[in-house]
Design a binder for this molecule. Structure first.
Ligand code: SAH
Ligand code: DHB
Ligand code: MG
Length: 222
């Protein structure tokens, strides 16, 4: 581990122990994921707290997540919802979805969280065609090559003034101007989008740091 990584870990620990201490249910969720053979690629606790805070800031009553895994980020987000709030999370893998549903139920959030299984782009198209009510917040965290397509759907499905968040948006490729990646293309698309005001917030992780792109959708012509 490099000196830089060691100090990033220390800073992350400092933030997490003050603001993002995991309770038993979040710890159990990670343990269940490990038991079930899911890779630990969930957001960190401090990343989860950032999502939770943004959900509260936006007054979110309806949240859309793209990429469920074992339900870890869904729990952080759903805990910001009011009693009648709803989070719909999209997941391609039936096994991941089953683990997530179990974790969400354990956390007492079964009535608020719904996991829909299938390729996210197809599910999003169905939702759009079905006239799904607008979301206050969309969190994109599935396959990185899909991010651009998810952005178009997210802009359509989020309300004016709502938030679109995307995980893993400071990939190593940003250091190499010639390297391409799904999340670099996502950042460029967001920056060029006339309806979005955005930035990237660096997020500390156990290993190095990553980024969360935060966009707010403003009403065009207002
Ligand atoms: N948000 C989770 C981590 C998600 S990891 C957390 O922080 O806890 C990415 C997830 O996206 C994986 O579970 C993977 O199976 C799922 N995924 C990958 N491609 C997908 C697709 N095309 N549609 C829906 N989900 C997809
Ligand atoms: C990967 C995916 C993620 O969403 C993440 O936060 C970290 C890693 C991955 O596919 O490797
Ligand atoms: Mg991620």
């Amino acid at each position: 581990m490099s000196t830089q990584e060691k100090s990033i870990q220390t800073y992350d620990h400092y933030i997490s122990q003050l603001f993002a201490a995991e309770d038993d249910l979040l710890q159990a969720t990670r343990a269940e994921m490990q038991q079930a053979g899911l890779r630990p690629i969930n957001v960190s606790a401090s990343g989860g707290q950032l999502l939770h805070l943004l959900a509260l800031l936006s007054g979110a009553r309806r949240i859309l997540e793209i990429g469920t895994l074992g339900g870890y980020s869904a729990i952080w987000l759903a805990r910001a919802l009011p009693a009648d709030g709803k989070l719909i999370s999209l997941e391609i893998d039936e096994h991941h979805a089953a683990v997530a549903r179990r974790n969400v139920a354990q956390a007492g959030l079964a009535t608020k969280v719904e996991v829909r299984v299938g390729p996210a782009l197809a599910t999003l198209t169905t939702m759009q065609q079905a006239g799904e009510a607008p979301f206050d917040l969309v969190f994109i965290d599935a396959d990185k090559d899909g991010y651009i397509a998810y952005l178009q759907k997210a802009v359509a499905l989020v309300r004016d003034g709502g938030l679109i968040l995307a995980d893993n948006t400071l990939p190593d490729e940003v250091l190499d101007t010639n390297a391409d990646s799904g999340t670099k293309r996502y950042n460029a698309a967001v920056a060029a989008h006339p309806a979005l005001v955005s930035t990237i917030v660096p997020v500390l992780r156990r290993q190095g740091f990553d980024g969360l792109t935060i966009s707010i959708k403003r009403a065009l012509g207002a």
